[in-house]
Design a protein around this ligand. Structure first.
Ligand SMILES: [Zn+2]
Length: 183
């Protein structure tokens, strides 16, 4: 499949976005993707079934559309690949920023800028586009930093809650009241 030709047909005819991947198929692809290397960073991804994915699971197995759905990418096998959560999200953020510069309208993005980005999205390698690769690394670093501060504030809250629980348990009256509130 020639992804660029596919994209151009989609773009010129203003075709609708592909339907999302059917649930059972998605589960199957993700299950089979456990341990598969991320197509961007090459690290082994890990499947977290039935869990919400966020920056606390940067290595989570995700399905990536090599040609983004918002640019005509389909859910056929040729367009799907396994990547880790943080790489997938970082690349998605970059695409969001690109169309964000043009009122979130893909048809307003200059063709060259759009196709340069899509080429990199299809082949995310430093040799394909060193500028976009740098941007991707920056985005990943920013997200990792954010993830760290998120988990820090989360642990701070946990400590605060634990000490409050301890304080409450010293006064049975308080702990009873707390149970009432919870119920
Ligand atoms: Zn990755």
């Amino acid at each position: 499949m020639n992804w660029l030709r596919h994209h151009r047909v989609w773009y010129n005819q203003r075709l609708p976005k592909a339907e999302p991947i059917e649930r059972d198929r998605k589960t199957k692809i993700l299950d089979a993707g456990d341990g598969v290397a991320c197509r961007l960073c090459g690290r082994g991804t890990k499947r977290y079934p039935h869990e919400t994915l966020d920056s606390s699971k940067p290595d989570a197995t995700t399905i990536e559309h090599k040609l983004p759905e918002a640019a005509g990418g389909t859910t056929e096998d040729w367009n799907l690949a396994i990547s880790c959560w943080i790489c997938n999200t970082a690349l998605g953020n970059m695409f969001g920023k690109l169309i964000g510069k043009y009122q979130r309208d893909i048809y307003q993005v200059p063709r060259k800028e759009l196709e340069d980005f899509l080429r990199f999205h299809w082949y995310p390698k430093p040799s394909v586009n060193p500028i976009l690769w740098k941007e991707l690394e920056g985005e990943i670093a920013r997200m990792e930093e954010e993830g760290k501060s998120d988990s820090q504030s989360l642990s701070t809250i946990t400590v605060a809650e634990e000490s409050r629980d301890l304080a409450n348990s010293m006064f049975s009256e308080n702990s009873d009241r707390r149970k009432e509130v919870k119920a």
